[in-house]
Write a protein that binds this ligand. Structure first.
Ligand SMILES: [Zn+2]
Length: 93
């Protein structure tokens, strides 16, 4: 499996494409940096720094308040990928 899955799709920071790459969670670390933890079918679990300047302000607010914002739960990864791949392929002409 590999993307891109639709025209103009931008790769995730690891170079692979949604829904091979799904977001497990975003975190604000004690040192004040923001990170995104992604799960990729090719790379496994990896984390990437987030620039709060380019983030959705409501996400920054949540991270400041809670420290963690959850994405897809680990046990749901396979199901979400299957469903999203189906949705994306049905969108194709
Ligand atoms: Zn990857």
């Amino acid at each position: 499996m590999s993307g891109p899955y639709f025209e103009g799709q931008q790769p995730s920071p690891c170079g692979h494409y949604y829904p091979d790459v799904l977001r497990l969670r975003d975190e604000k670390r004690p040192d004040g940096t923001f990170v995104r933890i992604l799960h990729c079918t090719q790379c496994g679990e990896r984390e990437f720094p987030l620039d709060p300047e380019t983030l959705d302000p409501s996400l920054v607010k949540k991270l400041n308040r809670k420290g963690v914002v959850a994405g897809v739960r680990e046990e749901k990864l396979a199901g979400v990928r299957r469903k999203e791949l189906k949705r994306l392929s049905s969108r194709r002409r």
